[in-house]
Design a protein around this ligand. Structure first.
Ligand code: SAM
Length: 242
């Protein structure tokens, strides 16, 4: 994925990783065609114009007008406690396909995975790349932004969405169905989902304090990635494009 800032006056030039990938890995050379995807998911067709020892210059043809699907309906934010391993890849990919507007990942008290300060920039870039690739694959016209909060308290406090749901495995009274029944489509909704170890009681308090509505998805305990995919699809079915 490139930055749209790389493109100027009909040309884009690259060094570093993109140069290595194009010239050394894909063995592309002058005259070869390339398709560049920028951070908005837009595709740019180009022809390699020049290759030097460290740089490659691409002449941009007209950006391909890929018929993209409009992202309408409720604007869904997934507020996801960081799960272990590659589960976050699946959450970003499937959530993007299901029309999630943006992802706020956070460090859950019971998250097994941790993000050290010096790793954050690289992780955010990787997560954003996964979302951009998923957006491109499903022809979305927008790429979900991926952000990071160190804790549930910071994630819960940074919201301004109209509807705030806490998917809580400990909720015994309020079902998702009853919480959504007869409710008008909100402009925006944020859904908090815990990690493999679930939510810590202090985290539940934080979300409740910020006006999140605790809801149950039934008696079965779903894996965190299952819960995220399920709620994204349900909200799209109730208020979105499905
Ligand atoms: N404590 C459980 C365990 O040890 O497996 C798991 C928590 S579950 C894997 C991860 C997250 O998915 C929960 O924190 C919650 O956000 C959501 N979740 C899973 N099942 C749920 C249910 N039946 N109702 C509401 N939320 C659920």
């Amino acid at each position: 994925m490139i930055s749209s800032r790389n493109i100027r006056d009909g040309y884009a030039s690259f060094n570093g990783d993109i140069f290595n990938h194009m010239v050394r890995v894909l063995r592309l050379g002058t005259g070869d065609g390339v398709t560049l995807v920028d951070e908005t998911g837009r595709e740019h067709e180009g022809i390699i114009d020049q290759v030097s020892r460290e740089w490659v210059a691409v002449r941009i043809e007209a950006p391909r007008q890929v018929p993209t699907t409009g992202d309408h309906g409720v604007r869904i934010t997934i507020c996801q406690a960081l799960p272990k391993g590659e589960k976050v890849d699946m959450i970003l990919q499937k959530g993007t396909e299901l029309g999630v507007h943006d992802f706020c990942l956070f460090g859950g008290r019971r998250s097994v995975a941790r993000v050290r300060g010096d790793q954050l920039a690289a992780k955010l870039e990787r997560w954003q790349r996964i979302a951009a690739e998923a957006a491109r694959q499903c022809n979305r016209c927008s790429v979900p932004a991926v952000s990071w909060s160190p804790s549930a308290a910071e994630a819960a406090g940074s919201t301004s969405q109209e509807l705030r749901l806490l998917l809580w495995e400990g909720e015994r009274k309020q079902s998702l169905k009853s919480a959504l029944a007869d409710r008008e489509c909100p402009a925006s909704a944020i859904v908090a989902i815990g990690p493999e170890g679930g939510f810590d009681p202090l985290e539940v308090q934080e979300f409740l304090k910020q006006g999140y509505l605790p809801v149950s998805l039934g008696n079965r305990i779903l894996r965190t990635e299952t819960a995220t995919i399920a709620i994204s699809a349900i909200l799209q079915y109730v208020w979105g494009m499905m």
